[in-house]
Unconditional design. Structure first.
Length: 163
């Protein structure tokens, strides 16, 4: 590394710069930046930079029920890097996140698509929908950070692409 690169790096560190983070996206981004009750979901492990990302937040009584989301967001995917999605919630409480990567953007859940949940439970053919208690997290009066690593079918197994 050249001396000029080292000087630039030192100047950035001295100025308080950190590694680039993904921008917060979604129609509720302001809830996360203003400190309101919300879930800031970092989705990672994309198989390909195509398709549509669907992120939904659920309460216990409507968990994984069709049209049961408290809040949902759909976003086009153009990169395999992580995406930070903000979803506002009604107030403090327990919520679970479900994520679907519609790889070919056809609106269907295909075998090539990816998915995941808050808490990152291990999925299998016999366990595609883990329990609310396994995936829920407590949200207080400010945004709660939650990581979801996408999992895809690989043969008969379902796992992250890097495993």
């Amino acid at each position: 590394m050249s001396k000029s690169h080292l000087l630039i790096g030192a100047a950035l560190l001295a100025a308080g710069a950190t590694a680039a983070r993904p921008a917060i996206v979604g129609k509720d981004a302001a809830a996360c930046t203003s400190g309101k009750p919300a879930m800031l979901v970092r989705v990672s492990g994309f198989k390909r930079p195509t398709g549509i990302l669907k992120v939904g937040v659920y309460e216990a009584d409507r968990y994984l029920v069709r049209k049961g989301t408290v809040r949902k967001v759909k976003l086009p995917i153009h990169s395999t890097g992580p995406v930070d999605v903000c979803l506002a919630v009604p107030g403090p409480g327990r919520y679970a996140v479900a994520v679907h990567h519609d790889l070919n953007a056809n609106g269907e859940k295909d075998r090539q698509d990816g998915g995941g949940y808050s808490g990152n439970p291990r999925l299998s053919i016999t366990n595609l929908k883990p329990s609310f208690s396994r995936t829920s997290v407590s949200v207080g009066g400010a945004p709660r950070r939650v990581g979801v690593e996408l999992q895809y079918f690989k043969g008969l197994a379902i796992r992250p692409i890097n495993s």
